[in-house]
Design a protein. Structure first.
Length: 385
């Protein structure tokens, strides 16, 4: 471990544990943001902005001369998943836990702030973004719409994600698509309720729901070629009420659509919507739909990946290049659509519980590697001008 970060590890670990206890879901990260804001104030950034895109925070550290402007991003939100770990810092929020490691990502970024406070970049500007609502895919879009963000001329953006299943401190890279694009689809079907003894007097969506679930699940099989990775996962279906004397007149079917390509996702959306509209018409139902939680594919710029690899080599960290993209989604993809940049993975243990598992907890030991990676990325870009 570098002598520069070692003196701060106890403080950063304690911060991570406090954040873990405060776990707040997307859009409700007020206490988390207050904690981060207080920490950043002590690092005397040249600019500190709060309340962006909800509870987002920007902190900028300027060098002595003009140069590249880097954005380093982490996330504020937790998940509506119970925290089952038995520790003295277990989440105090019922049914909410940091099961994706965003508490660790924040601790890493606060470590970067600590080092930048003591040693500004030689030139240019480094802006740290603590972004809200990543888990719903809404936070990045809201930040990008903020005038305070749009006013910045950014040259690069970088982020990391911790990775269970990879050795501790291992750096995982991939040029091109790093993580999948996805979107949620809600289909509402409305007919007419009736007595269960006389279903013919109403219009039930039951048959349409059954066929819609089957049809959605079959879309990847029949509408994508062998070289196109697509997935449609029905995640929820509600038909009527628990009323045995009633033939239902209302239903909702929800599904997640997922691909590695934004254009292919648009085509998948059209096909699923056409299927739903056709079934509604066949069974004489009114239909409404909505698209929720949109995630663009996270596409890494080749130059940015090279910078990450050089940084990992300089930090003496093992590099692993992933052959296929990750199938989960990350709203950092909205940033890489606008700004050259890349996301990389940081291994937290080959036998570690998976992301979003109730027993998952971030690995404190890798905070140092995350901080050093970001600091070396800054150095690589500043040295190139």
């Amino acid at each position: 471990m570098s002598s520069k970060i070692a003196p701060h590890m106890q403080e950063l670990t304690a911060l991570r544990h406090r954040l873990h206890q405060k776990a707040e879901v997307s859009g409700q990260e007020s206490e988390t943001a207050e904690c981060i804001g207080d920490f950043l104030s002590d690092t005397a950034p040249d600019e500190l902005r709060t309340g962006l895109g909800g509870h987002g925070i920007l902190a900028s550290y300027k060098g002595e001369s003009e140069g590249p402007h880097l954005l380093l991003r982490c996330e504020l939100d937790a998940l509506p998943i119970p925290d089952k770990i038995e520790t003295d810092y277990q989440s105090k929020a019922e049914g909410v836990g940091h099961k994706c490691g965003h508490d660790g990502h924040m601790a890493i970024m606060c470590g970067v702030a600590k080092l930048l406070a003591a040693d500004r970049p030689a030139s240019g500007t480094v802006t740290l973004l603590f972004q809200p609502a990543e888990e719903t895919g809404e936070g990045a879009l809201k930040i990008l719409e903020e005038e305070a963000f749009q006013a910045r001329s950014l040259d690069y953006c970088f982020a990391l994600h911790n990775l269970p299943g990879h050795g501790k401190h291992q750096i995982v890279v991939r040029p091109g698509v790093f993580a999948a694009a996805s979107v949620g689809l809600e289909v509402e079907l409305r007919g007419q309720t009736a007595h269960a003894a006389h279903p013919e007097e109403g219009v039930s969506p039951a048959a349409a729901v059954a066929q819609l679930i089957e049809a959605f699940s079959a879309v990847p099989q029949f509408y994508s070629s062998l070289d196109q990775a697509t997935k449609v996962t029905v995640i929820n279906a509600v038909l009527g009420e628990r009323a045995f004397g009633t033939s239902p007149g209302h239903a909702i079917v929800r599904a997640t659509l997922r691909t590695y390509d934004d254009e292919l996702l648009s085509d998948l959306q059209r096909r699923c919507l056409t299927i739903a509209e056709g079934l509604a018409q066949t069974y004489g139902l009114d239909m409404a739909h909505s698209w929720v939680e949109p995630f663009a594919a996270t596409t890494n710029d080749a130059r940015a990946v090279d910078i990450i690899c050089r940084a990992a080599e300089d930090c003496d960290l093992e590099i692993s290049e992933k052959q296929t993209p990750f199938s989960w989604s990350e709203d950092f993809g909205h940033f890489t659509q606008e700004i050259p940049g890349a996301m990389f993975g940081l291994g937290i243990g080959s036998e570690h519980p998976a992301l979003h598992a109730e027993q998952y907890d971030f690995e404190d030991a890798v905070i140092s590697s995350g901080v050093l990676m970001f600091m070396q990325i800054i150095k690589e870009i500043v040295s190139k001008g």
